[in-house]
Design a protein around this ligand. Structure first.
Ligand code: ZN
Length: 496
């Protein structure tokens, strides 16, 4: 092995250690130990200090690239091993799980939950658990009152079965992709994952950020126990407990059924994030009161799917009214609208609750969902309809139901192809046939104009319009007046 090539690797390791002192709270007492742990990975018994520094880097990307390139050049590992080994090296210089937990709990005590979360998020970017640089490369724009992103990093799961297969683990350890046992687990390249404890309604849960989060501070609260997703009265209490402690984040639960929710149904967890999503600012179409809780407001949201919001500073009011709406919905039947709550052992109706803390108190939004299928719509009557599958075929989960769409990475190339065709005034080739409807609408939008900027804007507008129509597909009541009857049957009365 060439000495020069090894020297380059030593430089990269020295830069990493220096970076970790500044950005990852690596105690200088642990410097030699950490460096030796890294050398042990490659059976290296020699080293000469190079004096290389890494303090100047705000993000870990350059450091990791150096470790990767110099390690491969020195013959220490090959391309296929690089990602896992770089993750392992980063894991060695990161705080231990116990030190991370102590630091987090100290921050909560000293500065409050929101500040502690922000610190943890920054740390997770610095130690490369949250791939912020990858995320920053994803196209993201506001359109039609919605937020649309194209996620170039995440695989597309077209069917619910595939999504679940994507999360199953051979050998059963850890039981699933979000079990706590993943902290530091090599099999999933989780050396840099650090979790922190949460207490929700007296239960032990933990928090972790999402490595490819779609929004600022996107993460999940997870039950320590590998127990199936479910939504009940306790869910409302746990969601409120979370925002009591971390008031800058919203948090919600996906519907606990396939095709309309998250991909990990086997393990109870909630999705949270530090951004205001479009549904959060949707106005009220009509307000109602309950005689039992006169201070609470119940609103039908002026929103594309079917969502009801319970607003109050009183936790008991939120819990009770949300439970009534939940129970009424999962027992509601309307054959004319195709809504059947269950048949035999099959359950079709569920809710996605999501809560924010605002100056009005708790705002608990309850999105009514159904995953029922028909011959015409085998993927779901209240799922994106087939004419939109070219844009989005995956389940419309909690984040999308609130107006932030994560579209598949393939669209990046496909939309560029469509733009080119429009610019050249060409017909749609057979291989892009699934875009026929979208393409026709784009032609309509641009008219005779072939200007690249006009076409780019038309594509953004069209994506926003399609995403809005997908949300309308998922609406169980296509007309707010039916939602009104549903609430009136519960004894809620309109204010005027
Ligand atoms: Zn699990």
């Amino acid at each position: 092995m060439s000495e020069d090539k090894l020297t380059n690797f030593y430089q990269a390791v020295d830069a990493l250690i220096d970076y970790a002192h500044t950005h990852l709270k690596l105690d200088p007492v642990d410097s030699d130990w950490s460096r030796n742990q890294i050398f042990a990975l490659f059976g290296l018994n020699s080293y000469r200090p190079t004096g290389a520094t890494g303090t100047g880097h705000e993000r870990p990307d350059v450091i990791i690239e150096q470790l990767r390139d110099t390690g491969i050049a020195a013959g220490l590992f090959d391309e296929s091993q690089a990602e896992s080994l770089c993750d392992q090296m980063m894991g060695i210089v990161s705080l231990s799980p116990s030190a991370m937990k102590r630091g987090f709990l100290h921050d909560v005590e000293a500065y409050g939950g929101s500040h502690a979360m922000a610190n943890l998020y920054n740390y997770s970017i610095k130690n490369n658990y949250v791939r912020r640089s990858v995320l920053d490369q994803n196209p993201r724009f506001d359109t039609n009152g919605l937020i649309v992103t194209i996620n170039k990093a995440k695989p597309e799961f077209k069917s619910a079965a595939k999504a679940q297969a994507g999360n199953s683990v051979a050998g059963g350890y850890p039981k699933c992709s979000i079990c706590h046992e993943n902290e530091g687990f090599a099999g999933r390249t989780k050396f840099t994952l650090r979790t922190v404890p949460l207490t929700l309604d007296g239960q032990d849960w933990f928090w972790q950020f999402s490595p490819y989060g779609y929004l600022y501070e996107h993460g999940i609260a997870v039950n320590y126990e590998h127990t199936p997703m479910h939504v009940d009265r306790g869910t409302f209490r746990r969601l409120m407990d979370f925002v009591d402690q971390y008031p800058d984040l919203f948090i919600g639960s996906n519907a606990a059924l396939p095709r309309i929710g998250g991909s990990v149904l086997g393990h109870d967890h909630y999705q949270a994030g530090g951004e205001k999503l479009p549904m959060h600012v949707a106005g009220s179409w009509k307000s109602f009161r309950s005689a039992d809780f006169p201070q609470a407001e119940i609103e039908i949201l002026d929103w594309h799917n079917t969502a009801v919001r319970v607003v109050s500073t009183d936790r008991e009011a939120i819990e009770e009214l949300s439970t009534r709406i939940h129970e009424a919905w999962i027992n509601y039947r309307n054959d004319e609208l195709g809504i059947i709550p269950r048949a035999g052992n099959d359950v079709f109706s569920a809710i996605s609750p999501t809560v924010r803390l605002t100056e009005r108190g708790y705002e608990m939004s309850i999105i009514l969902r159904s995953n029922i299928t028909s011959e015409e719509y085998p993927e779901g009557i209240f799922h994106a309809h087939p004419e939109f599958f070219a844009i989005k075929q995956e389940s419309i989960g909690l984040i999308e139901a609130q107006g932030l769409f994560i579209l598949p990475g393939r669209l990046d190339t496909q939309l560029a192809q469509l733009a080119q065709l429009l610019e050249n005034n060409q017909e749609l080739p057979a291989e892009l046939n699934e875009f026929a409807g979208v393409f026709a609408e784009l032609q309509e939008l641009i008219g005779e104009n072939r200007d690249a900027d006009v076409i780019a804007q038309a594509i953004r507008d069209e994506l926003g319009s399609v995403c809005q129509r997908i949300l309308e597909n998922t609406a169980v009541f296509k007309d707010h007046s039916i939602t009104q009857s549903f609430l009136e049957d519960l004894g809620f009365t309109t204010e005027n």
